[in-house]
Design a protein around this ligand. Structure first.
Ligand SMILES: NC(=O)c1ccc[n+]([C@@H]2O[C@H](COP(=O)([O-])OP(=O)(O)OC[C@H]3O[C@@H](n4cnc5c(N)ncnc54)[C@H](OP(=O)(O)O)[C@@H]3O)[C@@H](O)[C@H]2O)c1
Length: 225
């Protein structure tokens, strides 16, 4: 008898809707498309910008409305300012059963303070608002400026860490895949209530990135010794 044939298990690309194509959404959407996923960019103030992003992504990407981005998506990336959340979610429509990866932080208007903290978190409040969606919090602890660099270095040793948290196993599996695709080493921080710790941590990273002397291309790495 011959040796068994081992088939390599190729995962099918995901259909990802970008809800908020700003600093985070534009870059993550571009990277997801370059990593082989099918991406719909939505929610910016100009349609021309969304079309340009889709063209420049050089993968399977297109521009659409939030509703089109969410329709039939395996996952949506929620990447808007806290003040735009009601608007984008109402435009996206029903997200029941959809994996929602949120990189959003519950910031005040001038981005100086968390408006939800300590006894809850932005992630928990969003998950309460989307009780039928499969919610996970990821990508909110790194500045957008570092994302392309991390992607460029994805084949090198010593990947930076990216923490994520959530209560939904399927959503966490999708987050792990996307986090790896971008070039980070995913670390499960636990259930969604741990966002009470990860969100203030994101502000520490932002402080170092934007107020430090070494610039915003900052990632972090946790090591167990
Ligand atoms: N930036 C970071 O490095 C970073 C890091 C970690 C977490 N976060 C969090 O991630 C989330 C997204 O941050 P971001 O920096 O990517 O935000 P952003 O650059 O402000 O992007 C948000 C998107 O919303 C769009 N938008 C705003 N008002 C709109 C309106 N009235 N109609 C339609 N579209 C509108 C913007 O359009 P335009 O493209 O036309 O401006 C932009 O595409 C936030 O919750 C933030 O706290 C950000």
């Amino acid at each position: 008898m011959g040796s068994p044939i081992v088939k390599s298990r190729q995962e099918r690309p995901l259909r990802i809707g970008i809800l908020g194509s700003g600093l985070m959404g534009a870059k993550l959407g571009t990277i997801f498309a370059r990593a082989g996923h099918e991406v719909v960019f939505s929610y910016a103030r100009s349609e021309a910008k969304l079309k340009r992003l889709a063209r420049n992504a050089k993968g399977k990407a297109r521009a659409g409305t939030p509703r089109q981005a969410a329709d039939g998506a395996d996952a949506v990336l929620l990447a808007v300012h806290w003040s735009r959340m009601d608007d984008v979610l109402s435009q996206a429509g029903d997200l029941s059963g959809t994996v929602v990866v949120s990189c959003s932080l519950p910031m005040n208007a001038d981005d100086t303070e968390l408006v939800v903290a300590h006894t809850s978190s932005g992630a928990e409040e969003l998950a309460k608002r989307l009780p039928t969606a499969r919610f996970v919090s990821a990508f909110n602890t790194v500045p957008s400026e570092v994302l392309f660099d991390v992607y460029a270095g994805r084949r090198k040793a010593g990947r930076p860490t990216l923490i994520y948290c959530g209560d939904d196993r399927k959503a966490k599996n999708v987050a792990v895949r996307l986090v790896r695709d971008v070039g980070f080493d995913p670390v499960d921080a636990g259930p969604l209530r741990i966002a009470r710790f990860t969100e203030p941590f994101a502000l520490l990273v932002a402080q170092l990135a934007y107020e430090g002397k070494r610039g915003p291309e900052l990632a972090y790495r946790f090591e167990w010794r």
